[in-house]
Design a protein around this ligand. Structure first.
Ligand code: 9Z3
Length: 337
């Protein structure tokens, strides 16, 4: 696996990095002066480009539901929110009206002089409360949106956000819900296809979990199917929890497809990175069941069928529980001082 420092030394930051860094700095300085609590919510999946000038990429599954819904609930608890999300994944507020839903709520009235667009009366009850919350969050500048696409973009943004969050010490929560790629193709091993080869190529993935991956294992192309070798992405939770934001309340998510591995893997992660909480979920049941794993405890949060039918979202009790734990964490830090 590449060491995290080598990762930053060999991968350039994205083009909009300095702009995002300035936005993060300004947002954090303002909320730190106000002594607000702050949360970094990461959301959506990262891509792994297969070539420069990316046409093809490997993606990590995540719609961004967990992150975007959680961001809204953190705002309800008066947290300033940095919403760091995959470009075009679900966002707080607008997530309620995706696709044609929004257009179906509108009516258009034409007369000879002008057209008027209005929300249909039966949609006002649904739309108005969401719009009101959105307006408050924007006007009070309680939310900052920054986005990433590739795993490299994600890593650069994550570290920049942590640099700004360090000043909050115990008042910061990191809520790492994004689905981050385990593998990537290092910059110097990426394919640079000719346009003709690009059109002709048939793709076959060959995943290599090699620890001693060397630059001689380039992506094979030519006329046949290319063989792609992927390298392990360094685990950023290690420097994040121990160096970048050592005083913050760090919560990671663990996604598994095998129920039997859920708690074991979550506990492994806690033991390794020494952060505060892992929220473990199984892909198929993630919308109504999660397991909280702390250094001393593990317990389940779940929504009943009735609660789900009433429109309750599991992110509401998840965030309430995290906020409660974060409050206890701040109190015990204050008592130590
Ligand atoms: C999660 O487990 C999230 O809960 C989901 C949410 C991605 C399942 P959706 O966006 O899904 O609502 O569709 N995220 C974390 C997965 C992850 O990549 N964890 C890494 C790890 O465990 C990095 S902390 O190593």
């Amino acid at each position: 696996m590449t060491h995290w420092e080598d990762f930053y030394n060999t991968h350039l930051p994205p083009a909009d990095f300095e702009d995002n860094r300035s936005l993060l700095k300004e947002f954090c300085e303002r909320h730190n002066k106000l002594q607000n609590r702050i949360v970094l919510v990461t959301s959506g999946g990262t891509t792994v480009p297969l070539e420069h000038n990316t046409v093809r990429f490997v993606d990590n599954f995540s719609a961004g539901t967990r992150g975007s819904a959680s961001a809204e609930y953190f705002l309800d608890h008066d947290y300033a929110v940095i919403f760091m999300h995959r470009h075009k994944s679900l966002e707080p507020f607008t997530r309620h009206f995706t696709g044609q839903q929004f257009f179906d709520m509108l009516d258009i009235a034409d007369n000879s002089q002008s057209s008027t667009i209005a929300i249909k009366p039966d949609s006002v009850d649904v739309f108005a409360p969401v719009l009101a919350k959105y307006k408050i969050a924007r006007e009070t500048q309680m939310i900052l949106y920054v986005n990433f696409t590739s795993v490299v973009d994600y890593m650069w943004l994550l570290r920049a956000a942590c640099e700004c969050l360090a000043a909050f010490e115990e008042r910061a929560v990191l809520y790492l819900a994004a689905a981050v790629s385990d593998f990537y193709i290092p910059e110097d091993m990426m394919h640079r296809p000719s346009p003709v080869a690009l059109l002709k190529s048939k793709l076959k993935f060959h995943f290599v979990r090699s620890q001693n991956f060397s630059p001689t294992h380039k992506m094979q192309s030519g006329d046949g199917a290319p063989t792609i070798s992927l390298q392990l992405v360094p685990k950023m939770l290690a420097p994040l929890a121990s160096l970048w934001v050592p005083h913050a309340f760090v919560v990671s998510f663990k996604l598994e497809t095998d129920e039997n591995l859920l708690i074991v893997k979550a506990r492994d992660s806690l033991n390794k990175y020494k952060h505060k909480l892992v929220i473990a979920n199984v892909l198929q049941t993630r919308k109504h069941r999660v397991v909280f794993v702390t250094p001393t405890d593990s317990y389940e949060l779940h929504l009943s069928r009735e609660q789900a039918l009433q429109g309750l979202e599991i992110e509401e009790p998840i965030v309430a529980d995290v906020v409660q734990k974060h409050g206890d964490f701040i109190s015990s830090a204050e008592q130590r001082q």
